[in-house]
Design a protein around this ligand. Structure first.
Ligand code: TPP
Ligand code: MG
Length: 336
């Protein structure tokens, strides 16, 4: 049984029960991602697959603060966790990954193209930097319609040197659009580190050069991420102007399924570097906080883990039992 809580509120003024819920979500993401990798290796998924292990705090400490579906989310192909946080069911995500008709993109999108507009999730994008020009249009629409809503646009460090990203930033800064940029700075674009690709690695300066204010955040710490997101969202709702968070983080596994955990990463990063970052595991860190606060005894942590595994197993069973899209639906939901 849980000990009596020794702290009533966490640093970010989140009740401990609520915080425990966020911890559960992060555990679910980790277990979900591990399962997708196994299923891909079993040949159950076509296309490609990118995991979010290590980056869980970037979504878990931000998306629950949004007003969905009025607020909108865009992200990259590394999109499973974003969909989960927006409220897309684990079943619909897993079914999409397996190309089944019950998937959130009707089985036609796969891992990189999850989408759930009813929940404000405007989708993952297979094009590096792709979400940024789209955020310009979404931000424009939110402003034009006179809403107080915000578009949150997640994208990777590999996109920060792209022309389309800077052209979009310029217009977002010029027109003062309500977009929150979350630069998922996991230090690498496939096998290329920021230091090998970027003359000015202080990305905040690049946003500021386009009239978008910003700051740098430690994405391995749930509370730091929560507070930065909270301030940024309040500021955007107040001023209507864009904001930029350079969120420093790390992906614990390879870039994608072709960059195997045990082989590929050694060509561009050392095991020592990976293990140093793993010491900052956001789930372990939040778990330690909750344990210290008296609300996460070992038995409960184990129970939460088992429950997450059960949710993922259920999603897998649902997906495997679902039909593929019928052939005659091939031309449905396409423009022409
Ligand atoms: C325009 C474009 N160029 C190249 C690729 C191939 N590609 C896929 S992922 C990737 C690396 C992107 O890294 P980053 O933006 O840092 O995101 P991360 O994978 O680290 O989340 C590249 C080059 C692509 N999908 N789109
Ligand atoms: Mg990256």
């Amino acid at each position: 049984m849980a000990k009596t809580a020794v702290k009533e509120k966490s640093p970010s003024d989140i009740g401990l029960d609520t915080l425990l819920g966020h911890y559960k979500t992060m555990v679910l993401i980790r277990r979900f991602e591990e399962s997708t990798y196994r299923k891909f290796r079993e040949g159950k998924m076509g296309g490609y697959l990118h995991r979010y292990d290590g980056q869980e705090a970037l979504v878990t400490a931000l998306i629950p603060q949004l007003e969905l579906p009025g607020d909108k989310i865009l992200c990259t192909y590394r999109d499973h966790a974003h969909a989960l946080l927006c409220g897309t069911s684990p079943r619909a995500i897993m079914a999409e990954l397996m190309g089944r008709a019950t998937g959130c993109a009707l089985g036609k999108g796969g891992s990189m193209h999850l989408i759930d507009p009813d929940n404000g999730f405007l989708g993952g994008d297979g094009i590096v930097g792709g979400p940024v020009p789209i955020s310009l249009g979404v931000g424009w629409a939110l402003k034009y319609k006179n809403t107080k809503n915000v578009c949150v646009c997640y994208f990777g460090d590999g996109a920060m040197n792209q022309g389309g990203v800077h052209e979009s930033f310029n217009m977002v800064g010029l027109y003062k659009l309500p977009v929150l940029y979350i630069l998922e700075n996991n230090q690498y674009a496939m096998g290329t580190s920021v230091s090998r690709s970027t003359g000015q690695p202080d990305f905040v300066k690049k946003a500021e050069a386009h009239g978008i204010a910003g700051e740098r955040v430690d994405g391995m710490d749930f509370f730091t991420m929560w507070d930065a997101a909270k301030r940024a969202l309040a500021r955007i709702r107040e001023t209507g102007e864009a904001y930029f968070l350079q969120v420093d983080c790390y992906r614990f596994v390879g870039h994608g399924v072709g960059d195997d955990n045990t082989q590929g990463w050694k060509f561009y990063r050392t095991e020592g570097e990976v293990h140093e970052w793993m010491k900052k595991d956001p789930i372990v860190k939040l778990g330690a906080y909750l344990k210290d606060a008296g609300v996460l005894p070992d038995e409960l942590a184990e129970k939460i883990d088992q429950e997450a595994i059960a949710v993922v197993d259920d999603a897998v069973a649902f997906a495997e039992a679902s039909p593929e899209p019928p052939l005659d639906s091939l031309y449905e939901n396409v423009y022409s």
